[in-house]
Design a protein around this ligand. Structure first.
Ligand code: ATP
Ligand code: MG
Length: 268
């Protein structure tokens, strides 16, 4: 296979269709069976990781096809539904949640042993311990669903060295979701859903017992990272901070600590 840096894509796929906007990256469009994204600092590291996932037969991630004439990253478009910011009812089922956990588990199995051949940018504040490379941003808006099951992950912008527990906790945080009940936008049984996720992913007894405190510490860290990104990168990061994401994260940490016992019991 041609190395990512030498790969060029020159397909004529027709009209550009705007894709739903995320919080940070501008100019993500669909052209036929491809997605074009602005080339970014982490693009080569992501492309090499996607090559690895392809080589080991993981079918839930886009393929990196090369740069187009405009210098944009070209990736394969994954067919299916992706939830928008307002989650539709189909995005809230326990069956989908369990399938997300299984997909992330499969991603971790496919990623184990991958040694980055292109370096990922340093994480801000504190570098995660390196157990494997993973996605690190498995939100509903980055998950492709078919027939009520999660079948694909897109938007590998935050991928990098991390641990299984960090990435799986992060996924549960977005999908259960884990946040202070006052910040919930839907009527959900969070502890029951956390249990569904735990069983489908396969957290160990030890991971379950320590999950609330682990999550609270991750909340402390993500508060510091989000604040630094808002201060140094501006753009969407700064807007999210202004809209109160820091307080939301702080309330999540407080809720996890205050409910540590109930969470451990629900996972037992
Ligand atoms: N390869 C793909 N296959 C299918 N759909 C995609 C693909 N890439 C992106 N999309 C769709 O486009 C939307 C936006 O793309 P993406 O998540 O890559 O960028 P973003 O969310 O705008 O970026 P960021 O999260 O960095 O702000 C996704 O939520 C998804 O609906
Ligand atoms: Mg996204």
């Amino acid at each position: 296979m041609i190395p990512p840096r030498s790969r060029r894509y020159s397909g004529a796929d027709g009209a550009e269709v705007e894709l739903p906007k995320g919080d940070v990256t501008e100019g993500v469009v669909r052209v036929g069976g491809t997605v074009r994204r602005p080339h970014q600092e982490q693009s080569w590291a992501v492309a090499a990781y996607l090559d690895h996932l392809e080589a080991v037969g993981f079918d839930g991630s886009p393929r990196f096809l090369g740069l187009d004439e405009q210098g944009r990253d070209v990736l394969t478009f994954l067919d299916g539904d992706v939830a928008g910011d307002d989650l539709p009812p189909w995005a809230l089922t326990d069956a989908l949640l369990a399938s997300v956990a299984r997909l992330v588990r499969r991603l971790h199995e496919a990623s184990a042993g991958y040694v980055p051949v292109e370096p990922f940018p340093q994480q801000s504040v504190a570098q995660d311990e390196f157990e494997l490379v993973s996605h690190l941003d498995v939100t509903p808006q980055n998950t492709v669903v078919r027939g009520g099951e999660a079948v694909g992950l897109v938007d590998f912008d935050l991928a990098g060295p991390t641990t299984r527990l960090i990435d799986s906790f992060n996924t549960a945080m977005h999908w259960v979701p884990l946040r202070a009940p006052a910040d919930l936008r839907h009527d959900l049984d969070q502890l029951a859903r956390l249990r569904v996720f735990a069983d489908a992913y396969g957290w160990t007894a030890e991971e379950r017992a320590g999950l609330a405190e682990f999550g609270a510490q991750r909340a402390d860290l993500s508060y510091r990272r989000m604040k630094l990104r808002a201060e140094t990168l501006g753009g969407g990061w700064e807007r999210m901070w202004r809209e109160g994401v820091g307080d939301l994260i702080r309330r999540r940490g407080e809720w996890l600590r205050a409910n540590a016992e109930g969470i451990a019991r629900a996972l037992r």
